[in-house]
Ligand binder design. Structure first.
Ligand code: NAP
Length: 289
């Protein structure tokens, strides 16, 4: 936050429910302080039924932009004037830019993920990856990876009532990009092993292994091999059991901290046009992760 709030300070905010735990206000206010930008970022607990009233209020007050978290990312889609290609494909918005009443909806999680992969020195463009899970984060990753030119994404998920939705999503993204996307049963270890042998990167986008369930892992260590890079988008704990077991084997590994930082940095750039000082923010708020 700018140390002095003036009559000209522009509002940025997070809408969702719950929001009290969010690190976004810390990140964005610190970035504004470091760069001397005149914005203040707050978090508002807004349920889905109140979203359109909240958006109308933010427009009236000419807020510069806002983030959306659970459960509002899908509902925001119909309230913007324009969607980026990724937000349109994902049917999900986590960042809105307000240009004097004209609202543009973005989705930045996938951009954050792709930047974290590239930072880790792993090249996935034109190659195949295995993605575990099919929730909000997996969907964002899948869309951006497909748009950026990953050649095939093998989604492994649980068989459940949502299975057909994932199949429909995969076929929609495949048909609108040059990426082949398949949906397979995470319980089918033989198929998972076969897909992993053709992949350069395994991505865990399930909740499995997240604190406090740190003894859990989404797949058996015997399926891993040293040439495979492994990322867990979980960042708490810093090293999940999956990442520990992958490191033991000799795989290159990285967690989801930089995905988190870079998705915020992308939102920040959308609103301010400035690059977020990510390293200073990581050291100040996330040094233990
Ligand atoms: P979500 O929408 O609830 O999706 C969770 C996914 O995990 C679903 O596909 C779910 O499958 C699957 N899953 C849960 N338990 C499972 C199990 N025992 N076996 C197999 N699959 C299981 O959650 P999300 O928002 O995508 O978040 C997923 C994880 O990513 C969380 O740990 C979150 O902290 C992390 N995350 C990180 C970042 C970052 O910036 N680093 C950003 C977003 C999320 P079903 O559909 O069958 O339940």
């Amino acid at each position: 936050m700018n140390t002095t709030i003036s009559g000209k300070t522009r509002l940025l905010c997070l809408l969702g429910s719950p929001v009290a735990h969010s690190k976004s206000p810390l990140m964005h206010n610190e970035a504004c302080r470091l760069l001397g930008l005149d914005y203040a970022y707050l978090a508002f607990d807004v349920k889905e039924a109140a979203l359109s009233a909240a958006v109308a209020g933010l427009k009236t007050m000419n807020a510069r932009g806002w983030n959306l978290t659970m459960p509002l990312k899908t509902a925001m889609v119909s309230l913007v004037d324009e969607l980026t290609p990724a937000a349109k494909l994902a049917q999900s918005v986590n960042t809105v830019i307000n240009d004097n009443g004209h609202l543009v909806g973005h989705t930045t999680d996938g951009i954050g993920f792709m930047r974290s992969v590239s930072d880790a020195g792993v090249s996935i463009i034109g190659k195949e990856i295995v993605l575990l899970g099919a929730g909000g984060a997996a969907t964002a990753i899948c869309v951006q990876a497909a748009l950026d030119g990953v050649s095939a994404i093998r989604i492994f998920r649980r068989k459940s009532a949502a299975w057909n939705d994932t199949v429909a999503f995969a076929s929609r993204i495949s048909s609108q990009t040059s990426c082949e996307i398949t949906v397979e049963d995470i319980a089918d270890s033989r198929l998972l092993s076969k897909r992993l042998s053709n992949a350069v990167l395994l991505v865990n986008a399930t909740n499995v292994g997240m604190s406090p369930n740190i003894d859990a892992t989404p797949l058996d260590q015997s399926l891993l091999y040293p040439e495979l890079a492994v990322t867990d988008i979980i960042y708490n704990p810093k090293q999940t059991r999956l990442l520990m077991e992958a490191s033991e084997i000799g795989c290159k590994t990285f967690n989801g901290l930089y995905m988190l930082l870079y998705q915020g940095a992308e939102s920040f750039q959308c609103w301010t046009g400035e690059e977020m000082p990510v390293e200073q923010i990581r050291i100040k708020f996330f040094n233990s992760l």
